[in-house]
Ligand binder design. Structure first.
Ligand code: UFG
Length: 329
């Protein structure tokens, strides 16, 4: 029996496929390659170019392959874009997941682990954030992810499917092998944007606001290595295969770093001065997002291995230095 990874050519999906194959699992990848890269797909995975909104393609996949569980990353994930083009997010994230679940139910595939996000919480009431805290998304991306969680819950009730939703905090870093890493176009995430400076692709980094109620006025985030996220997907799938109930888990290190602290770590890792300038706040940014991941540690036995920010930024730097143009280097 194989594991189907939807969106397995994307950033977190490709790292999860590497972990699965490393653990000796049989892996099928489907990706429409709109934002993913064929080069990121592990050579031992069976690859299908397919879109989750395409019912026929999903049906064919479940007919051809013996799938014991699905890990679902296939979604649009840019917060800013979700505000300017919300219907793209409803179409891809909710429309796509609807078709996927219809096909899974029709073929009796009843276990799914999928990407949710810290953006489901919106402006948190307190940090660290617990899974039981209020979910009031402040952007359309978070809204569609929260709706995906609810879609799973209702489908579970009606059809007996079981799911785990993983609410990621700030995914970053790259695979220790240096073979795969983060590649978005355009790139908006803090660490890869900072690293564009020592890579000669940008003159300076813009700090979006230094008047937040935090220790140095810049936003605080919980940065979690992509390989640690990948590991959590395998644990979540094994939890479902062992009969585990529907569940939701935060995934973060539980430690917050300000934007200025991240820039300082990047300066020390790269040896480059990385000039920075303060700019106005970016719309929709909460001041602080820090996870309590106690539940994932206790229930899934998850133990992040790359928790140290220097290690995370070093792994990202190794990838970006050797792939200044991502997979098209
Ligand atoms: N930032 C800058 N300058 C930049 C880029 C980012 O100062 O050039 C700041 C942002 O304002 C924010 C922090 O760096 O305070 C982190 O920003 P990212 O864009 O890297 O990440 P976000 O926290 O905005 O978003 C991440 C994920 C989303 C997810 C969200 C949860 O990328 O998918 O966390 O809130 F939805």
């Amino acid at each position: 029996m194989a594991i189907l990874v939807l969106g397995g050519a994307g950033y977190i999906g490709s790292h999860t496929v590497y972990e699965l194959i490393g653990a000796g699992r049989d892996v099928v990848v489907a990706d429409n390659l709109l934002t993913g890269f064929q080069e990121a797909v592990h050579p031992k995975a069976r690859f299908y170019r397919a879109d989750i909104r395409d019912r026929q393609a999903m049906d064919q996949l479940f007919e051809r392959e013996q799938i014991e569980g699905v890990i679902h990353f296939a979604a649009s994930s840019q917060v800013g874009e979700s505000m300017s083009d919300p219907l793209k997010y409803y179409d891809n994230n909710l429309g796509g997941t609807t078709v996927l679940l219809q096909s899974m139910v029709a073929h009796g595939v009843d276990k799914i682990v999928f990407s949710s996000t810290a953006a489901t919480y919106g402006e948190p009431e307190r940090v660290p954030i617990l899974e039981t805290d209020k979910t009031v998304p402040t952007n359309c991306y978070g809204e569609t992810k929260l709706a995906m969680e609810k879609m799973m819950a209702w489908t579970s009730r009606a059809h007996g499917l079981r799911y785990v939703a993983l609410r990621y905090f700030n995914a970053c870093g790259a695979h220790p092998s240096g073979l795969i890493g983060e590649a978005h176009d355009p790139e908006t995430h803090l660490i890869p944007v900072i690293l564009q400076v020592p890579n000669g692709k940008r003159a300076k980094i813009s700090i979006f606001g230094d008047d937040y109620p935090t220790k140095d006025g810049t936003c605080v985030r919980d940065y979690i290595h992509v390989s640690d996220l990948a590991q959590a997907h395998i644990l979540a799938l094994d939890y479902l295969l062992a009969g585990g109930e529907n569940n939701v888990f935060n995934l973060g290190n539980g430690v917050g770093f300000t934007v200025k602290e991240v820039i300082d770590v990047a300066r020390s890792v790269t040896g480059h001065p990385i000039p920075a300038e303060t700019c106005p706040r970016r719309a929709g940014d909460p001041a602080q997002l820090v996870a309590s991941s106690d539940k994932a540690r206790t229930v899934l036995g998850w133990q992040p291995k790359y928790a140290d920010l220097e290690t995370i930024v070093s792994s990202a730097w190794a990838w970006h230095k050797s792939h200044p143009n991502g997979y098209h280097a």
